[in-house]
Ligand binder design. Sequence first.
Ligand SMILES: *[C@@H]1O[C@H](CO)[C@@H](O)[C@H](O)[C@H]1NC(C)=O
Ligand SMILES: *[C@@H]1O[C@H](CO)[C@@H](O)[C@H](O)[C@H]1NC(C)=O
Ligand SMILES: *[C@@H]1O[C@H](CO)[C@@H](O)[C@H](O)[C@H]1NC(C)=O
Ligand SMILES: *[C@@H]1O[C@H](CO)[C@@H](O)[C@H](O)[C@H]1NC(C)=O
Ligand SMILES: *[C@@H]1O[C@H](CO)[C@@H](O)[C@H](O)[C@H]1NC(C)=O
Ligand SMILES: *[C@@H]1O[C@H](CO)[C@@H](O)[C@H](O)[C@H]1NC(C)=O
Ligand SMILES: *[C@@H]1O[C@H](CO)[C@@H](O)[C@H](O)[C@H]1NC(C)=O
Ligand SMILES: *[C@@H]1O[C@H](CO)[C@@H](O)[C@H](O)[C@H]1NC(C)=O
Ligand SMILES: *[C@@H]1O[C@H](CO)[C@@H](O)[C@H](O)[C@H]1NC(C)=O
Ligand SMILES: *[C@@H]1O[C@H](CO)[C@@H](O)[C@H](O)[C@H]1NC(C)=O
Ligand SMILES: *[C@@H]1O[C@H](CO)[C@@H](O)[C@H](O)[C@H]1NC(C)=O
Length: 694
Amino acid sequence: MKSLSTLSALIAGSTLAAAQSASNNSLVPLVFKPLPLGSISPSGWLRDQMQLMADGLAGHEHDFYQFVAHSSWLGGDQEYSGLNEGFPYWFNGLVPLAYGLNDSRLIGQVTSAAQTVFDRQADDGWLGPENVTSRNFWARYPFFLGLTQLAEADSSWTDKVVSHLQTFNTLMDSMMRDNYTGYQYHDGDTLGSGDFDWGQVRSADMVLTLQWMYENHPGNQSQLLLDNMKYFHDGGKNWEDWYTQESYLDRGFDKDLNTLPDSLTSPNYAYEHGVNVGQGLKAPAVYRRWNHDDSFIQIAMNGVNWTMEYHGAASGTVLADERLVGLAPYSGSELCTAVEAMFSLSYLYQALGTNYYADRAELTAFNALPVMLTPDWWAHQYMAQPNQPYAENLTATPFYNTNSWGQTFGLEPNYPCCTVNHPQGWPKFASASYVQAGDNGLAHALLSPGKATANLKSGQVTVDCTTAYPFLDTLQYTITAASPFDFYVRVPQWATSNSTITLGTSQPSPLTPDPSTGMHKLSIPQGTTTLTYTLTSEITTTPRENDTIAIYKGALLYALEIPSSNTSTSPPKFPDGNSQHPAGYAPAQSKDYEYHNESAWNFAVDPSTLSYHGPDGGDSATYELQNPIFAEGATPGWIEVKGCTIDWGLYKGSTPDYPPAKEGRKCTGEARTLRLVPYASAKTHMAELATISL
Ligand SMILES: *[C@@H]1O[C@H](CO)[C@@H](O)[C@H](O)[C@H]1NC(C)=O
Ligand SMILES: *[C@@H]1O[C@H](CO)[C@@H](O)[C@H](O)[C@H]1NC(C)=O
Ligand SMILES: *[C@@H]1O[C@H](CO)[C@@H](O)[C@H](O)[C@H]1NC(C)=O
Ligand SMILES: *[C@@H]1O[C@H](CO)[C@@H](O)[C@H](O)[C@H]1NC(C)=O
Ligand SMILES: *[C@@H]1O[C@H](CO)[C@@H](O)[C@H](O)[C@H]1NC(C)=O
Ligand SMILES: *[C@@H]1O[C@H](CO)[C@@H](O)[C@H](O)[C@H]1NC(C)=O
Ligand SMILES: *[C@@H]1O[C@H](CO)[C@@H](O)[C@H](O)[C@H]1NC(C)=O
Ligand SMILES: *[C@@H]1O[C@H](CO)[C@@H](O)[C@H](O)[C@H]1NC(C)=O
Ligand SMILES: *[C@@H]1O[C@H](CO)[C@@H](O)[C@H](O)[C@H]1NC(C)=O
Ligand SMILES: *[C@@H]1O[C@H](CO)[C@@H](O)[C@H](O)[C@H]1NC(C)=O
Ligand SMILES: *[C@@H]1O[C@H](CO)[C@@H](O)[C@H](O)[C@H]1NC(C)=O
């Protein structure tokens, strides 16, 4: 084990190296450039999901939810913490939701909110409600990410956004020069030193905005923007110092953190907090754009690989409740972690072009995110568990730092951050679904139904994809091009070799994806072209702890749904769930739910008996999916497996424990055929199934 002083020496060394290599005054280009917000219009089930969000909690927070409607950013006084992050989180998600749907009501909300914040800009350039002694850069990061999206979506906002950000950048530069004021703790600050950790470990989210300014609207600030990137790096907590052999593996962070001494975990909490981990996955790729240090490519991969290998959920997200734990089937994953991991993984694919990241972005999006919302998107969980046969006020919490209400569904169970941060999930996924590839290419990166319009070097192109993917695996494209261009479809790593692509009425061709990006290239002529892309896959299983397995087909995780009933109340108040908001506080649709299992959940399955059953009529791009799709019984296709009940106990008497060792597993009932369904449609589920030989 390395001592902490060795670690600080390592940190100092890498900072110096970064400062030297940052002398190249350009940013390393992204492998795939995102399209401006508004270029992509989701369709099919993805539009239905975003419409449910607009009609549900996300689209109504501005009307009633105190931490948005009466936020101190808008002149009110409601904040759930001194970080003042509630409104910025909401804004970051609502801008892409509003413009992704082109929804005039939501566009009105975000533009009036942005105007209010601008009108309240302090004389010295500060944006946000804080006075001089309570300033902390952190809550600006999500607010600015929302602003850059607004500037792209509506050109009438571009100048205004840029000029307010420029004024702020100048102030930020002077504060950073003044011994990192607003970034590190100083005597006299209202906030404590721990409050500044959030900004230091999440700095890549601010650097994204600085890089956007540098590339698109540098004005006369090019040098100042580079200086600010350097301050954020040099004064922050940097993930490249964390994901090294010495800091991570040698010190045992590849284990269940509950087995490590407090003296080791406590000082490193910023790197162990699940949402920070989700956000931090992109950090090495963001900073590499600035420091040109290609060793950061491997560090980014270490970060994702080690996180997922040692702390990853089968659904694609990170097990951290709220701190990283190990791989126990009762560990929780926070909703904010799922949406932050999705954003990081889609960014990693854009920045580095490694197919693995795009597969993981889809995995998290199609499984980890939607499982945590009620089908109508009015209620969400704070923590989801891989094995969660019920979602109740638990008699004992299995979590490191989350209360007994954490896995119930509601308005603000345990803590309000996910109420305001979850709306970024689908909208950012949709706006990253197509990307620009070179100056005359467009690529479908995150497969899903939607239409993109892009202005390439050769002229305008429109690509419209109709599909029931990931529920079924055929994608149909109609392409209109002013001039010839290159279109690419991403081939997931799970696709089997008989996957094909068919141009117009020609014969299906096999795929020849680029080994790194996974992109299969097609030369598209001028005019209208149709394409059919058919993916094939087999059922796969991955081992989970203690002889359990997770079962996949294509991009979906399959789970045993445990039939359940629900009880509901009007939403209680955070944090304890035991006190009520005043009557009429929330719209009638906003309720808190507990789900109670109506059957046994303690099943073991025989993996040699797995078989897939598609819907009647087979796979088709135009298959009519139900809406809402992430609901009991709504998804087409299922997997059958033989299984039986076994003796399987509870952890802390409250929630399914690890199953007993394989040798001790015996059927306690008849073996029978079980039906596994897409995980996110089954709010009460077992996703890590004990194996048995029948
Ligand atoms: C600066 O970085 C860009 C992008 O990585 C690269 O193309 C260029 O060659 C670099 N210039 C120098 C002088 O190193
Ligand atoms: C958005 O909707 C408005 C009408 O509300 C329409 O004028 C405009 O063309 C739409 N924009 C897009 C990109 O569809
Ligand atoms: C600044 O804001 C903090 C937090 O709201 C408050 O405690 C402090 O008194 C304020 N200071 C001044 C000088 O207004
Ligand atoms: C800079 O701030 C740190 C606390 O963050 C403090 O320890 C240090 O003395 C300050 N340095 C100067 C030169 O003010
Ligand atoms: C940058 O331009 C603004 C006006 O657009 C001006 O006020 C400012 O002084 C300039 N800054 C520098 C460093 O030249
Ligand atoms: C991590 O990398 C190793 C070695 O390449 C690989 O075997 C393993 O599957 C990866 N794990 C994850 C979760 O990506
Ligand atoms: C919720 O569960 C906790 C114990 O885990 C208990 O203290 C509390 O009273 C319960 N609340 C209600 C309303 O049942
Ligand atoms: C695709 O190939 C696999 C073997 O790699 C085979 O098991 C599967 O049946 C084939 N699927 C289709 C649709 O042809
Ligand atoms: C998991 O299995 C290993 C090996 O059999 C055993 O040492 C460990 O105690 C088991 N863990 C749990 C929580 O049952
Ligand atoms: C709760 O149960 C009722 C009755 O079965 C059902 O109609 C409703 O959809 C359920 N609500 C949720 C949010 O699951
Ligand atoms: C639901 O799960 C609990 C906890 O394991 C169990 O005691 C109960 O029997 C299950 N309910 C039904 C109806 O099987």
